[in-house]
Design a protein. Structure first.
Length: 100
């Protein structure tokens, strides 16, 4: 499987105009698999590009052409004045099932 050299991921703000796209640093990852090498084009969305309550989608582009996009996702509010209750309070790593 090969990827076009000019393939990149961009972040699109759904609430803004369609022209509001921000390029993401895209990296080709090669993974050895049965039958050959598999390539994927990965990108990370920095939190500084997101606004709480905003709706976004990641778009795979080749040049100026949209090739594929992810589902839309909305950025939630971080927890405030909350608490987490664990049960059980203690356990062994990889052995004890802990419920939050």
């Amino acid at each position: 499987c090969s990827l076009p050299e000019d393939a990149t991921w961009v972040l699109q703000d759904i609430d803004a105009s369609e022209e509001d796209i921000k390029p993401l640093q895209s990296t080709i990852i090669s993974i050895s698999a049965i039958g050959g090498i598999v390539h994927s084009l990965d990108a990370v969305v920095p939190s500084s590009m997101l606004v709480v309550g905003g709706s976004y989608r990641c778009v795979l582009r080749r040049g100026e052409e949209e090739r594929q996009h992810t589902n839309t996702f909305r950025v939630g509010h971080p927890p405030e004045n909350g608490r987490i209750i664990l049960a059980p309070y203690e356990g062994r790593a990889l052995e004890t099932r802990i419920t939050l």
